[in-house]
Design a protein around this ligand. Structure first.
Ligand code: HEC
Ligand code: HEC
Length: 257
C-alpha cells in the first residue's frame, strides 16, 4: 500500500509536469491545407475587394476572391513560378513556399499575419484571421507541403505510380475503410457522379481534374475540399502521398468528359 502511494505521487508529479500542447501542436495540418486552397470558402467569409498585393505581381486574374488565394500566387504544387504556374493564366512570377519548411514557426506566423512590407505578400491579419487559422497554415507550410517535382514532370505526367494499386484504393480505400468513405461511393465507378462545375459551365469530373491539374488533384485528396465536410481529407485517414498518386494514375484511366 505504502509503495503504491508513493508511485501514485510520482505519476501525479509526471502528469503535472507534462507541458500543455502548444498552439502549433494543436493546429490542424489539413485545415491549414484547406485555408491555403481557399481560406474564404473554408472560413465562410466573403471578400469583395481585390488583394492589393496581387497588383504588385505580374498576374492577370481579375476575379477578386481569386487574387486572395494562397494557391493563386504560390501554386497547388507549392513551387510558384518554378512549378506549374511558370506560364499560363495563373502566372504571377511569385516564388513557391517549399523552402518555408525550414523557417522557424514563429517567423512564418508573423509573415502570414503581417505580410512583407512593399511586397506582394499581404498582411492576412487584416482579414480577421484568428491565431488558430494562422497556426493551421503554419503547420501546413512546415509539414504539409510536398516536393511534387520528384513525382510529376513539368507537364504533369506521372514519373512513377501504380494504377493497379490505385484502383484498389479507389474502390476499397486502405484496409478497414468504411465502404461509404471510398472514392467510388461518392464519385462513382467512372468518376462522373459528382460534377464540380455548377450550372451552365462545361462539366468537370474526377477524370477531368486528374488529366488537367494533377497538382490540384493531389492537394484536394490529401486535405479535402474547403468549406464542406463532404470530401474527406485523406491524409487524416492515413493516406501517404504515394497512395494519392497511385489513385491519380488510376483516375487518369477514367473518362475526362
Ligand atoms: C498576391 C500574391 C500572394 C498571395 C495571394 C500570397 N502570397 Fe505569400 N508571398 C508572396 C510573395 C511575392 C512573397 C515573397 C516576398 C519576398 O520576395 O520576400 C511571399 C512570401 C510568402 C512566405 C515567405 C516565404 C519565405 O520563407 O521567404 C510565406 C510563408 C507565404 N508567402 C505564405 C503565404 C500564405 C500562407 C498565403 C495565403 C494565406 C499567401 N502566402 C498568399 C505573394 C503572395
Ligand atoms: C463522402 C463523399 C466523398 C468521398 C468518400 C470522396 N469524395 Fe472527392 N469529393 C466529394 C465532393 C462532394 C466533392 C466536391 C467538393 C465538395 O463539395 O466538397 C469532392 C471533390 C473532390 C475533388 C476536387 C475536384 C476539384 O478540383 O474541384 C477531388 C480531386 C476528389 N474529390 C477526389 C476524390 C478521391 C480521389 C477520393 C478517394 C480517395 C474521394 N474524392 C473521396 C465527395 C467525396
Amino acid at each position: 500500500m505504502k509503495r503504491h502511494g508513493r508511485w501514485g505521487l510520482v505519476v501525479l508529479f509526471l502528469v503535472g509536469c507534462r507541458a500543455e500542447p502548444t498552439a502549433y501542436e494543436r493546429a490542424s495540418l489539413t485545415r491549414g491545407g484547406r485555408l491555403y486552397d481557399d481560406w474564404m470558402e473554408e472560413r465562410g467569409v466573403t471578400v469583395t475587394q481585390p488583394n492589393p498585393g496581387y497588383a504588385l505581381t505580374m498576374g492577370k486574374v481579375t476575379d477578386a476572391p481569386q487574387t486572395w488565394r494562397c494557391t493563386e500566387c504560390h501554386g497547388w504544387d507549392y513551387r510558384g513560378v518554378e512549378g506549374a504556374y511558370r506560364t499560363g493564366a495563373h502566372f504571377t512570377g511569385v516564388m513557391g513556399v517549399l523552402h518555408a519548411r525550414q523557417d522557424p514557426k514563429e517567423e512564418l506566423f508573423e509573415v502570414i499575419k503581417n505580410g512583407i512590407e512593399g511586397e506582394a505578400m499581404s498582411a492576412f491579419g487584416s482579414q480577421a484571421y484568428s491565431d488558430e487559422d494562422l497556426w493551421d497554415l503554419v503547420r501546413f507550410l512546415k509539414e504539409g507541403t510536398v516536393e511534387l517535382s520528384l513525382h510529376l514532370d513539368p507537364e504533369g505526367g506521372l514519373l512513377h505510380a501504380d494504377a493497379a494499386a490505385g484502383k484498389v484504393l479507389f474502390e476499397q480505400g486502405l484496409p478497414g475503410t468504411d465502404p461509404a468513405k471510398t472514392c467510388v461511393a461518392c464519385h462513382g465507378a467512372d468518376g462522373k457522379k459528382v460534377n464540380f462545375h455548377e450550372g451552365e459551365a462545361e462539366p468537370e469530373y474526377l477524370g477531368t481534374v486528374a488529366a488537367e491539374d494533377p497538382w490540384e488533384f493531389q492537394h484536394h485528396v490529401r486535405c479535402g475540399h474547403p468549406g464542406g465536410l463532404t470530401m474527406p481529407a485523406f491524409q487524416d485517414l492515413g493516406w501517404t502521398l504515394e497512395n494519392v498518386l497511385d489513385v491519380l494514375a488510376f483516375v487518369r484511366t477514367l473518362p475526362a468528359q
